[in-house]
Design a protein around this ligand. Structure first.
Ligand SMILES: *Cc1c(COP(=O)(O)O)cnc(C)c1O
Length: 387
């Protein structure tokens, strides 16, 4: 029976970014050109400015609804990277008198890791937690790291390389027991696991547009209002966003992120069910290759991210053989060397296996034919390289 051939290359890198949903792109196109609503949403002196402001405020409600927040608690940023910077640096600087100690983990996204490192050079102290092999931080482990001068805990909801899911509600409760605030990077979590800042007692949450079928270059930081979480601005200017983040708001980007989040509300569960079925089949068939190890295969993980080590295969050679398939490797190429991913090493994956690991991530538009093709190419490549 002939196999259906999907269009190449096949995209299995949804954790790096997602395509913008057509319905989102259609909304974004309304706010750009001369016949459209391109006015500055901060213009108070004319109708066009007020109308643009209404578009921004509707998107703010859509994003707030996605995490059960009040729209006034949403601060627009250029992405989750900026939201993480604002959460950590902005909070630590504004709450110096509360304490100079921050707790985070070694497998956070670089936007958190590098920001925490920069804070260390400013005189703040950081405790770096090491997760278990499942990629999760336990509440007990966090409790042991807490101190009287801990003012903030930052732990991600879903890890972008492993798909592991932290129990953010339980972790937030430990932070609060010690009078500290709790930040979570939820860039990979929105639409994949339930997020509810009220039920989960979250004080600060970073979000991104482009991991959820919205555009790149826009994100948000949720900043709790009651009780008031204080954050010092990093970007100064016209005092936009209650002074927390100045700069003219990009109406088209913001409207796109709002629409993407509204679509998740309708479709997120169906997306995940579709992806779960694909992922289960993918994993079952991969296992037949033998000497294939799922990295951080915890009970708590999202189905859309699958990180696997292929024993007996050189990672670089494998990637070469998979030219038609867009995936991420378990390594980072520097000019001098190939370094294994700090996240894989951080959960105890041996260096050799980290270097032969690939991250497959699926999404809304991944098809059965994509999976069939990927499995066929992988089978061919792995058995060939091992021979
Ligand atoms: C992608 C990602 C980010 C960065 O988001 P941008 O919007 O691209 O700046 C931060 N954290 C996690 C977990 C991510 O997956």
């Amino acid at each position: 029976m002939p196999h259906t051939t999907p269009s190449l290359p096949i995209y299995l890198d949804y954790a790096a970014t997602t395509p913008v949903d057509d319905r989102v792109a259609a909304v974004m196109q309304r706010y750009l050109t001369v016949d459209q609503l391109y006015a500055n949403p901060a213009s108070r002196s004319h109708m066009l400015g007020w109308q643009a402001e209404q578009v921004v405020e509707q998107a703010r409600r859509q994003v707030a609804d996605g995490i059960n927040a009040d729209p006034r608690e949403i601060v627009w940023t250029s992405g989750a990277t900026e939201a993480d910077n604002l959460a950590l640096t902005g909070f630590m600087r504004a709450n110096r008198e509360r304490g100079m100690h921050l707790v985070t983990s070694i497998i956070e996204h670089k936007a958190v890791v590098d920001t925490a490192r920069a804070l260390e050079t400013e005189g703040f102290e950081v405790t770096w937690l090491t997760p278990g092999h499942d990629g999760c931080i336990t509440p007990g482990q966090l409790r042991e790291a807490m101190r009287d001068d801990t003012s903030l805990v930052s732990l991600m909801a879903v890890n972008n390389e492993l798909g592991s899911v932290n129990d953010i509600a339980a972790l937030a409760d430990v932070a609060h027991e010690f009078g500290a605030a709790f930040h979570t990077d939820a860039a990979q979590a929105i639409g994949r696991i339930p997020l509810d800042v009220a039920a989960q007692h979250i004080d600060l949450m970073s979000l991104s547009g482009h991991k959820a079928y919205g555009p790149k270059g826009v994100g948000a930081l949720y900043v709790k209002r009651h009780p008031d979480i204080r954050v010092e601005a990093l970007i100064h200017g016209g005092g936009h966003e209650h002074g927390m983040r100045s700069g003219t708001l990009p109406t088209h980007q913001i409207a796109g992120m709002g629409e993407a989040f509204a679509l998740l509300d309708q479709q997120g569960e169906a997306d995940q069910a579709h992806i779960k079925a694909l992922a289960e089949r993918f994993l079952a068939e991969l296992a037949q290759l033998g000497d294939v190890h799922r990295n951080a295969p915890g009970k708590h993980s999202v189905p859309n991210i699958i990180n696997v080590a292929f024993g007996g295969v050189d990672g670089e050679s494998l990637l070469m053989a998979l030219r038609d398939i867009a995936v991420s490797t378990g390594s980072a190429c520097n000019s001098a060397s190939v370094d294994p991913s700090y996240v894989l090493l951080g959960v105890g994956v041996p260096r050799r296996l980290a270097l032969s690991s690939l991250r497959f991530s699926f999404g809304r538009f991944t098809t059965d034919a994509d999976i069939d093709y990927a499995l066929r190419v992988l089978h061919h490549a792995v058995t060939g390289l091992r021979a």
